[in-house]
Design a protein around this ligand. Sequence first.
Ligand SMILES: [Zn+2]
Ligand SMILES: [Zn+2]
Ligand SMILES: [Zn+2]
Length: 247
Amino acid sequence: MSQTLACPSCGTSNPLPEDLRTGTFTCVSCHQELRTAELADGASRSVDALVGWMNEAVQQPFDPASIATAPKLEDESTAVRPMPCLKCGQTVDVPLDLTAKQVRCEACDRTWPVSAYIDDAERLQLDMARQVAENEALKRLVAEGLDCPSCGAHNDVPDDHRVQLTCTHCGATVRLSDHVEAGAVARRRLKHGVFAMRDELVARQEAAKRRERTIVFVLVGGMVAVGVGMAALSALGGLLGAWFGLG
Ligand SMILES: [Zn+2]
Ligand SMILES: [Zn+2]
Ligand SMILES: [Zn+2]
């Protein structure tokens, strides 16, 4: 993948669509059709799917069953911990991602629950630490800015929902997930997307009080249902508190 979202056909740097649910877009130069899924990271695309889903969910009477249909956030950890197999002693890479439930030893062909090696509480702790570290790296990027990979010019990185920026010097598109973990960019996008949704709801003051409550339940239920659980709630920080404070 190019560091400046270059069109595979003509090499021109292209901005991604504002809504990453958009399946295809057209190269600004040669008009070749480009696929968003090939150029935007999966984490940010999953955020747009989830925020889109939440926006639709709050337009309808609250239905707890609908939470099962919430799109899943893509934010897997790829980290592993090498440990000796419980049966044969050969080294196995035990996944630290919370959604991984089993680990197989290639040497003796035995499969064990991951929890036989590392308990889920420790994995949750490690995953929260990972998310915090990734968020800190993004904060540093926002504080320091970045150098355009195409021309080297220094650019500010605004603290908003964006996944990309346009170099102020050469116009190249710079994808933030090429500079920090995609998960951190996606979590920030989710936070801003949810804030925007809340602001819109508050603006529609008439039915607001009831709907704010509904949306909190939709959000919390949805997060837990899609298996993000505590880690994502922690990443959202004081957001829920801010919401409850509105009532
Ligand atoms: Zn092109
Ligand atoms: Zn083994
Ligand atoms: Zn540049």
